[in-house]
Ligand binder design. Structure first.
Ligand code: ACM
Ligand code: ZN
Length: 768
């Protein structure tokens, strides 16, 4: 025993030391395992207090799970003033005012009964979400599963959420998701103890909610003529030529709101203003500064045509829309957007300028603030509070606004310091439209970025620069799913899960209860539940990641305790392949393939890296200026033997409007015949070819001789492509080699990013 204990202290990841039978996501506050098991029977009953009808929702929630997964029709029975918890293999719901947390609960699983105590029905509902995780994962199935018995380990779980606002957002403006799917989305977020669904209902590409007073919003603004194909930055731009439409009727909205209520989820609708309004303007062009005509956008981005802030008609429209919206959504908040509103049109619009004069507004930011304050006043008449993205801080914050901090945490910090409520949702940790794997070649197309599971998990929503009395304004955390590239429910689930599992611990679990290795193990048990629910989750947690450093390949995986096996002959890795223990030193060009395994089962996709051996492999180099943002995977990025790819930029090193001039120390005098490099051309992303490449050599690192110069034809700027440059250097010899790739310079007029400095991307300096 002593030996095992010591072993556990040193190896906290070792599975025998973990509580293996109780694996709940999000991690509860306290779990005490008991003796024996509780068996759920087809004759089990569920008792709830008759005096608290909302508790029936929690009781029914468990009955529905038992019906769906086990095929048991458990009676849900009200009791009058009290009930004796003792027998029948039954489940008892018991209001308990001694529980401090409004959404907290105590779940006691005994051999002959389950008792759920909570202060509110919401707490009882969260106890059910925990209880369903104590049974075999198949209990969560969408169709009844055959099993001899359905047992849960006896335990006492005491739990309460860390944050009161636990949100998940969905953009239905870019792509529309039907009510049937919205319901499943709400089921899944409630299963993870989130309590707010932020429904982003309007955008440049589509208006998705029926407004009776303005029927053209559904007749015209709910459609776009076609949709861009591929990434927004691809050149040339292509469209699918297919009309795309969709909206929710007010009856459907009510159905969703009621469905959410029954799962203790509040719906926060978002109606975007004054920007992201092109679809609305396509129906009511008189509300724009120029009067149009306008068309709902067919590509992604930020558009200059926005609501005119000088025209009283705009405010009448906003008021009428918000009045109908307020009547449909019983929750306290209405989100009015406020993000990404260019001021271009306002600057030249006589009405907007006249408004600024009349109101004494010193610039267009103050005009935006004026717009938001008027919306706030309209909402207040209906007893609603305004939420906006953090741009609503610019030009002065509306007096009672809640700020959603997305461009980072600075907006949230500033708002909390000004004693405004804040919801944290920074892109860095909360944007699930970003890639979750850095193996972008095999991932579905995403907007960009890189937000792996570990990074979501590591998010700490309370900035330590805030004092405790300021931190209390941070109501909670939200994950956002923007759907430019996410066209279908399967695609959406792939982007969302399991990152939302990690987010649920950020939202719910006590800070002291969060630990990545523990989560990574619990998640494996939890994925079996998501399998039962037929969720199309991503398996990126198990990805093998690799990087070269000093000429050796390091591999790792985030799946706690998994083995990595690899091959260097191009064969698929198998459970019997070479185990990975230490960085792999490669002496010749090779294809390395690796995968994560547990107990002989392959957990991950195959990681593949092509290694090209050459004279500069693993050699250090210096640049006269550090790379801008794109730094490659290590300080050996340009000599690691790995070239870049089109979709995945992790192996490229990028500089803006500066020459690349790596000076490589080969360690001794070497002869070489050619230098090869690649550059990326993607003018949609401001990436341009170099104008010339020069190779210099030196024996001492001081005196350099130019051995070759090659000019590059930069007339072809089309497409998204990689070009190879081979510079012949017959008879060249030196210990030091400097390669100078000169910048394209300023982006020409008429091109995306015109007048800015062009990027130059190189991947490798191959010396042979
Ligand atoms: C946002 O992502 N534009 C709020
Ligand atoms: Zn205007």
């Amino acid at each position: 025993m002593r030996v095992l204990l010591i072993f556990c202290l040193f190896l906290p990841l070792f599975s025998a030391c973990q509580n293996t039978s109780i694996q709940v996501v999000p991690q509860p506050l306290r779990v005490v395992e008991g003796e024996g098991v509780f068996q759920l029977l087809s004759s089990s009953r569920i008792y709830y207090p008759e005096s608290r009808p909302d508790w029936q929702l929690a009781a029914r929630a468990f009955a529905d799970v038992a019906q769906s997964g086990a095929g048991f029709s458990l009676p849900v029975t009200p009791y009058q003033s009290s009930v004796v918890v003792n027998d029948e293999q039954s489940i008892y719901f018991l209001p308990d005012t001694t529980i401090a947390s409004e959404e907290g609960y105590v779940l006691e699983v005994r051999q002959r009964s389950v008792a759920i105590r909570a202060r509110s029905a919401a707490g009882a509902f969260y106890a059910v979400q925990t209880l369903r995780q104590l049974f075999p994962p198949e209990l969560n199935s969408l169709q009844p599963q055959r099993r001899d018995n359905w047992t849960a380990t006896c335990c006492t779980i005491t739990d309460a959420p860390r944050f009161g606002y636990r949100g998940l957002h969905l953009d239905v403006g870019r792509h529309f998701f039907p009510v049937s799917y919205i319901k499943r989305y709400i089921d899944l977020l409630a299963f993870h103890k989130a309590n707010t669904f932020h429904w982003h209902l309007t955008d440049d590409q589509g208006w998705r909610i029926e407004i009776k007073k303005h029927p053209k919003l559904t007749k015209i603004a709910s459609c776009r003529t076609e949709t861009i194909v591929g990434h927004n930055s691809d050149q040339p731009t292509r469209f699918d030529g297919k009309r795309y439409c969709g909206y929710y009727t007010q009856e459907e909205v009510k159905e969703v709101v009621e469905y959410a209520r029954q799962r203790f989820v509040t719906v926060v609708p978002e109606i975007e203003m004054p920007g992201h309004a092109l679809a609305a303007l396509s129906a009511y062009p008189e509300l724009g500064c120029t009067g149009g005509p306008y068309q709902a956008a067919t590509r992604w981005g930020v558009f200059e045509d926005v609501f005119c802030a000088g025209n009283e008609q705009t405010f009448r429209f906003v008021d009428e829309v918000l009045s109908e919206v307020c009547a449909l959504f019983p929750g306290p908040y209405i989100h009015i957007g406020g993000d990404e509103c260019p001021k271009t049109r306002w600057k030249t619009c006589p009405k907007c300028q006249a408004r600024m004069q009349a109101e004494g507004l010193k610039d267009e930011h103050e005009l935006q603030s004026y717009f938001i304050r008027r919306a706030e006043t309209m909402l207040a008449r209906h007893g609603k509070k305004l939420i906006g993205w953090d741009e609503i801080l610019e030009g002065g914050l509306a007096p009672s606004a809640t700020v959603m901090s997305w461009r980072g945490t600075e907006g949230g910090i500033a708002a909390a310091r000004a004693h405004h409520d804040v919801i944290m949702t920074p892109t860095s940790h909360c944007y699930f439209d970003y890639y979750q794997s850095n193996d972008a070649e095999t991932e579905p197309l995403a907007i960009g970025g890189y937000l792996p599971l570990e990074k979501v998990y590591a998010y700490e929503p309370l900035p330590d620069v805030l004092q405790p009395d300021e931190q209390k304004y941070i109501l909670g955390v939200q994950a956002n799913v923007w759907t430019e590239y996410i066209r279908t429910p399967d695609y959406l689930e792939y982007m969302l899960w399991p990152r939302m599992c990690a987010m649920s611990e950020v939202q719910w679990s006590a800070k002291s209860r969060r630990d990545w290795p523990g989560f990574s193990r619990r998640l494996e048990a939890h994925l079996a539940r998501l399998d039962a629910l037929q969720v199309n989750y991503a398996k990126s947690i198990y990805d093998v990641k690799g990087s070269f450093s000093a000429g050796a390949l390091q591999l790792n995986t985030s799946a706690a305790g998994a083995d990595i096996r690899y091959t260097t002959d191009g064969g698929e890795p198998e459970p019997q392949s070479m185990p990975y223990f230490a960085p792999i030193v490669l002496n010749s060009s090779a294809t390395v393939k690796a995968a994560a395994f547990r107990e002989g089962k392959k957990l991950s996709k195959t990681f593949v890296v092509q290694y090209q051996a050459h004279k500069a492999n693993g050699k250090l180099y210096v640049l006269s200026g550090q790379p801008d943002k794109f730094k490659g995977t290590s300080e050996f990025a340009l000599t690691d033997g790995v070239t870049g790819s089109l979709k995945n930029w992790k192996n490229w090193v990028g500089l803006v409007n500066r020459d690349f001039d790596p000076l490589i120390d080969l360690g001794r005098q070497e002869s070489f015949e050619k230098v090869t490099t690649h550059f990326l051309v993607n003018t949609g992303s401001w990436i341009y070819p170099p104008r010339r490449i020069e190779v210099q050599v030196s024996a001492d690192g001081k005196q350099f001789t130019t051995v070759a110069v090659q000019n590059i034809d930069t007339s072809n700027l089309a497409g998204n492509r990689i070009e190879e440059m081979v510079v012949q250097t017959p008879g060249a010899k030196g210990r030091y080699v400097r390669v100078i790739a000169s910048t394209f310079g300023v982006i020409p007029a008429g091109m995306p990013g015109e007048n800015n400095g062009a990027w130059l991307f190189l991947d490798e300096i191959i010396i042979e």
